[in-house]
Write a protein that binds this ligand. Structure first.
Ligand code: PMV
Length: 297
């Protein structure tokens, strides 16, 4: 039996390690965070349309059209993710939409449905997305992701408690340009990409063993990302700000060239207040546990 109104939620993500090197077959680690996107659908007469949305994007109607009938549905979209900063806001929207549609039909969407249908929506936004964002959004928790020989390997990664602060450069990096820039610097940077692959494996082993002491490895990761040319002065200054304010480690997360910095902290407050004083948008995030995204607090 269907309902008159239904809501679906899906989390955003952060890349803990492996951005850019993942393009060349090395692993990446992504985690679903306790922030995300909520889609509410309700039945009403007239053409299907967005009635309220914090995500403004010219492709929104087309994306909704991949899953919803052309008439009879009103759509509301809420999100507490920054848009266009590599936190997977469009993938979270895609998976939340799949969940809301299923709930409207009186069902629960399983992982396969979220993954498959969410990808169709995500493609409207990103053309040829890697698939990482919507996989981690649909699964929750941590994911070790690898794309090699045309195949994608996604393994759940159990995580200890991690407390992270996100600092926003307020500049959207251009992922396609940054990836092309890295490609143009090969093969001279290949040893750095190898090191990133090793480092990501080291971080994954520590996390899988329940060890959250990865601050130094995140710093090292950032230094490698700088050396392959995807950081800039604004990003570096936010990593320094986080470290001098007590973070255990800090790095850019995502494509770089702006975007966001993540800082591993014991207590978010000193980093948040240092950011506040300097007018840097920042917020604390935790992990969205696996298989319980509808229980989002
Ligand atoms: O900024 P994001 O979350 O879109 O991450 C990009 C990650 C890259 O490794 C730079 C590109 C990719 O397709 O994996």
């Amino acid at each position: 039996m269907g309902s008159e109104s239904a809501t679906g939620f899906a989390p955003g993500k952060l890349i803990l390690s492996g951005e850019h090197s993942v393009v060349y077959g090395f692993p990446a680690i992504a985690i679903a965070v306790d922030r995300g996107t909520r889609v509410t659908l309700h039945r009403r007469p007239g053409p299907t349309s967005v009635e309220r949305s914090v995500i403004r994007d010219a492709r929104l109607d087309k994306a909704l059209g991949t899953l919803l009938p052309s008439s009879g549905i009103g759509v509301e979209i809420d999100s507490d993710l920054p848009v266009g900063r590599g936190m997977g806001s469009s993938a979270a929207l895609a998976v939340a939409l799949v969940r809301a549609r299923a709930a409207l039909e009186g069902r629960v969407a399983d992982f396969d449905e979220c993954h498959r249908e969410g990808f169709a929506v995500e493609r409207v936004f990103h053309g040829t997305p890697s698939g990482l964002d919507h996989a981690v959004s649909a699964r929750g928790g941590g994911v070790r992701y690898r794309r090699a020989d045309g195949e994608v390997h996604i393994e759940p990664l159990s995580l200890p408690a991690l407390r992270l602060v996100v600092l926003d450069t307020e500049v959207a990096g251009n992922t396609a340009e940054l990836v092309a820039g890295v490609r143009s610097r090969r093969p001279s940077i290949d040893p750095l990409l190898d090191r990133m692959g090793e480092l990501t494996d080291q971080i994954a082993s520590r996390l899988a063993a329940g060890n959250a002491d990865i601050g130094g490895l995140l710093d090292w990761n950032h230094s490698l990302l700088r050396q392959i040319g995807v950081s800039n002065e604004r990003v570096d200054s936010l990593t320094r700000l986080a470290r001098v304010s007590g973070a255990r480690g800090a790095k850019l997360s995502g494509a770089g060239g702006g975007g966001i910095v993540i800082a591993l902290v014991d207590d978010p407050e000193p980093v948040l207040s240092a950011a506040r004083v300097r007018g840097v948008p920042a917020f604390s995030v935790g992990i969205c546990p696996p298989h319980a995204p509808e229980e989002h607090p």
